[in-house]
Design a protein around this ligand. Structure first.
Ligand code: GLN
Length: 531
């Protein structure tokens, strides 16, 4: 294939949000990748934040961190979990980034003499950022997911940019997919196509006629319904693809789309060579999930639990740990502010995830005490590790008011403290310790056995750190420093010696976990918890 001829697939959403556009994009990416194409995925988020890093998980779910340290929308996590294609800073675009860069150029005088406008300056910037991913990764196919719903004010410049994009590079190199909802009305027992008709019309008014419609539905679409949609939206009937709700696992979705012929029609319309694909990767995973009899229950003690997207990568990583052990993982969400010790009676392992701010801290510390004293597998991630250190200081080392400086700047025992390079920082956006760092594992640690290697690479997102002034006293009293960042001496992992399995890590191993390549820490945590 001519490498300068990247094909582009733009996925827009209609009717309402939360239809699973990210997973749809990722699944299509996987199907094309399994045919041997070099694919990439990019997300456009029409909000004004420069990145997702300053937003609460209640806004759009978890903040996903890429290897190069971008704080992005959680869909980038879906892209990495479903494919072999890596994502980096350039795979995520926001309105904030686009305007920031255009305004900076204006200040530097790069548009001297001109009136700077949405068209052409903003749209040109958007188009350049799309092109950049294709060239930098040398892609056969780039799939671009346009966030938001068609009709939103915020997404109009992006829709305009992709319309122009097709014009610039030739429509034969571009495919527009529109994902909509076909709601089922129980009282009349009918599936309704009208919202989809309106959505396609709205998109048409912005100059884009979709080539393929993907229809999210809770009931199978009959031939008549497909015909009706086709006629009313001016899209071929075979390009009206059913995206039926699945009950088992999201990892079934690539198989479902394959059955619907989604990738066949994409390839045909883009005039790409019809290469054979091997779906065994997904078949294997779906089979293991459906056949796993044994179950394990993991208590996750967090504070954003009403919204399961807030811990998206983490929950998926636990499921991946289960797949590796052929065990079904049940997650018990335990609200760190409202629980009593009875909540732990039926759990086999306890996980304390990452987080920010003081709400729910006391509960998390109580949960750690419970797991430590009762020899229940205990896994602390980032804030979870920091609180394992605080708990150990208070209850084993007798440092009564030990704390993290995040919660009490005047603590007499700042066992977790602000990193030196963080002390001067004023801007909060994009200034944490972010992205991949190398950790050297201690040969006498469980962690070393689990990973079976001396150096590991995991992703970080934090400002606070284990305070090395206390290192000796912790080590003397039964805490193992299991991993360090050699260059800075920062402690990256700890373990409690006389315990079945109590490991805290400063990094977020969940970001790198994939169903077909789980992170060893999750595999071992599930294995030990299920015994
Ligand atoms: N709030 C803590 C810090 O900034 C932990 C961050 C996290 O859990 N991601 O260091």
């Amino acid at each position: 294939m001519d490498k300068n001829k990247t094909k582009y697939i733009f996925i827009t959403g209609g009717v309402c949000s939360s239809l699973g556009k990210g997973i749809a994009a990722a699944s299509l990416g996987s199907l094309l990748e399994l045919r041997g194409f070099k694919i990439g995925l990019q997300k456009i988020d029409p909000y004004l934040n420069v990145d997702a890093g300053t937003m609460s998980p209640y806004q759009h779910g978890e903040v996903f961190v890429t290897a190069d340290g971008a704080e992005t929308d959680l869909d980038l996590g879906n892209y990495e979990r479903f494919t072999d294609s890596p994502v980096s800073k350039i795979n995520s675009i926001t309105t904030g980034q686009i305007y920031l860069s255009v305004i900076n150029k204006e200040r530097r005088g790069e548009y001297l003499g001109k009136t700077v406008q949405v068209v052409p300056h903003i749209t040109t910037e958007i188009k350049a950022r799309i092109k950049k991913v294709a060239t930098e990764y040398d892609l056969d196919i780039l799939i671009v997911e346009v966030g938001g719903t068609v009709g939103d004010i915020e997404s109009i410049p992006f829709i305009e940019a992709i319309r122009q994009f097709a014009l610039d590079i030739g429509k034969e190199n571009v495919l527009f997919i529109h994902l909509t909802l076909i709601p089922y009305i129980p009282v009349s027992g009918e599936l309704k196509t009208k919202p989809t008709q309106h959505s396609v019309k709205e998109l048409g008014s912005l100059g884009i006629l979709p080539d393929i419609l993907m229809c999210r539905t809770s009931r199978p679409l009959t031939e008549e319904i497909k015909e009706k949609i086709a006629i009313m939206t001016n899209i071929e009937k075979r390009a009206v693809i059913q995206a039926l709700d699945i009950s088992s696992t999201i990892y079934e979705i690539p198989l479902q789309y394959s059955k619907e012929g989604l990738d066949d029609i994409v390839i045909e319309k883009l005039k790409l060579p019809q290469k054979k694909k091997d779906l065994s990767r997904w078949e294997k995973i779906v089979n293991i999930i459906s056949e796993s009899k044994k179950e394990v229950k993991i208590g996750v003690v967090g504070k954003y639990l009403e919204l399961s997207d807030a811990y998206k990568s983490l929950f998926e990583a636990l499921v991946h740990g289960g797949i590796a052990n052929k065990i079904k993982v049940n997650i018990k969400k335990i609200d760190s502010e409202y629980f009593n010790e009875d909540s732990f009676k039926d759990v086999n392992g306890i996980l304390i995830p990452g987080g920010f701010g003081s709400r729910g801290i006391d509960g998390k510390i109580r949960a750690i005490t419970y797991a430590r004293e009762n020899n229940i597998p205990l896994f602390g991630i980032c804030l979870g590790m920091q609180l394992m250190v605080v708990e150990f200081a208070r209850n084993i080392l007798g440092m009564k008011d030990a704390n993290s400086e995040e919660f009490n700047e005047d603590t007499p025992y700042p066992v977790i403290s602000l990193m030196e390079e963080q002390k001067q920082i004023i801007n909060l956006g994009g200034t944490m310790r972010l992205g991949t760092y190398k950790t050297k594992l201690n040969k006498n640690s469980k962690l070393y056995k689990i990973y079976n290697q001396e150096y590991i690479f995991e992703r970080h997102r934090h400002r606070f750190e284990f305070n090395n002034e206390f290192k000796n006293i912790f080590e003397k009293n039964g805490m193992i420093i299991a991993g360090v960042h050699e260059e800075s001496g920062l402690v990256e992992a700890i373990e409690i010696k006389d315990h079945l399995w109590a490991i805290g890590v400063q990094f977020h191993p969940e970001y790198k976990s994939k169903p077909f390549s789980p992170v060893p820490l999750f595999v071992d945590f599930i294995k030990v918890s299920s015994r």
